[in-house]
Design a protein around this ligand. Sequence first.
Ligand SMILES: Cc1cc2nc3c(=O)[nH]c(=O)nc-3n(C[C@H](O)[C@H](O)[C@H](O)COP(=O)(O)OP(=O)(O)OC[C@H]3O[C@@H](n4cnc5c(N)ncnc54)[C@H](O)[C@@H]3O)c2cc1C
Length: 466
Amino acid sequence: MGLSVLIVEKNSRHGGKLEQLEWEGYRWDKGPSLFTLPEQVDELFLLFDKNPRDFFNYKKVENSCHYYFNDGSNFLLKGDAETRNEDFIKHFYERDGRAAIDYVQKAEKTYNAIGGLFIDYPKYGLKNLFDKALITKYPMLMSRKVRGSLNALNQDSFENPNLIQLFDRYATYNGSSPFQASGLYSMIAHLEINNGTFFPTNGMRSIVDSLYDLAIAQGVDFAFNEPSIAISQETVGYKTKLSNSTIEAERVVSAIDCVTFYKNVLKNEKLAAKYAAKERSSSAIIFYWAVEKVIPELQLHNILFSSSYEREFNSIFKFGEMPKDPTVYLHVSSVANPKDAPTNGQNWFLMINTPAGVVPSDEQKKNLRKMIHRLIQEKFSVDISQAVLHEKVWDAAGIEADTGSFMGALYGASSNAKLAALTRHGNTSKKYKNAYFVGGTVHPGGGIPLVLKSAKIVANIIEKEK
Ligand SMILES: Cc1cc2nc3c(=O)[nH]c(=O)nc-3n(C[C@H](O)[C@H](O)[C@H](O)COP(=O)(O)OP(=O)(O)OC[C@H]3O[C@@H](n4cnc5c(N)ncnc54)[C@H](O)[C@@H]3O)c2cc1C
């Protein structure tokens, strides 16, 4: 659009949650590990007539996820539709297997029919509830599927409790509980299962590295190490105070958690309190382990399920406590990119969902480590108690300190309430004209694909205004 752009960042470099860690030949992506809709990243390069492949490469993941259930069984969810459908039937038998195939097809239909309405456009408000585009979708939006929880939908769809747990897990993709979030989120299964998952050849970090290179090539300026920016609204535009200068700008785009932005940058306590009052999405504790062993069964993404999802999510969302018997997500990027670990090792990223704002005690961390050792022994008959050469830990407090995420929540407000999609912070503000909001805490939601959608929505709004 020919606008001059300055990005102000409190950290010493770009990337936010897409940071990485390195130690003696091991590399870990610190935050996101699951990459869907990669064409959205490509689109940014195409916008500037660049070949995305000159900057950024990725490949489709052959096996989406290896699920290990509490009853000792496991299921490898494959990327290829034909073998995946055969596996559904082989593993879960005729009735449930066919139900799973049907479920995934329906998820695609729902996504195609209404997904775009919510993620490609600014948030629907009261004034456009009667827009024609929306009215025609009311029967679908009012269906039992949407009014009930994701778990209720999955209970109705399947008999096998493992299959219910597998499809319940999609609520965690926006940090919510399957027992509260709407059945509409079954759409997420379509994105992962039908569209497939991808992995950048140089790790998740290369997404932001390549976008940084693109931004520099387009003349975007960056001001790093600017933690205490203060922005004030002027008659026209905004004044931004940095440590050594003041900048006047026509427009301001916040990519920070909206609560943190109101509180620390705009200093509007009232709006900060309003958005802070909404229930947070889950946070997490992540252990980054340099493991001096190779477990060949491990895929890029592995889930070691808890014995009861209901107990686990009640702990997180009802009682605000660390779950006693949590699900463990084990991501091993060296499976896709052998450069991420020495040949005799694997770089383990072990993530456990926790309530936002809750930091596990040293005792709880010790118990979690023991529990992981036990699970690995049970599932793979491998003793790793002496094989962890190095460890780093990230928790709700660390996530908040490093990225400004209020209470360390991964995706801003949770999507547990039925109308959560309509009550999320929008991409603009009534009070702050020419201020725009992008990122995981605002419409349309958290996670890389939705965050990129928020950026596109804002770019379209600014283009129209111009
Ligand atoms: C552990 C973890 C796992 C995740 N897994 C996935 C996944 O598998 N797939 C997926 O798609 N998404 C995942 N996500 C979510 C994903 O990381 C985010 O949605 C995405 O990276 C965008 O993040 P964000 O909008 O929250 O902004 P951030 O990346 O947090 O960026 C905000 C930026 O603002 C800066 N900032 C904050 N306060 C100030 C201030 N006062 N002044 C200046 N700068 C400031 C921060 O330093 C940061 O750089 C995960 C997140 C975490 C933490």
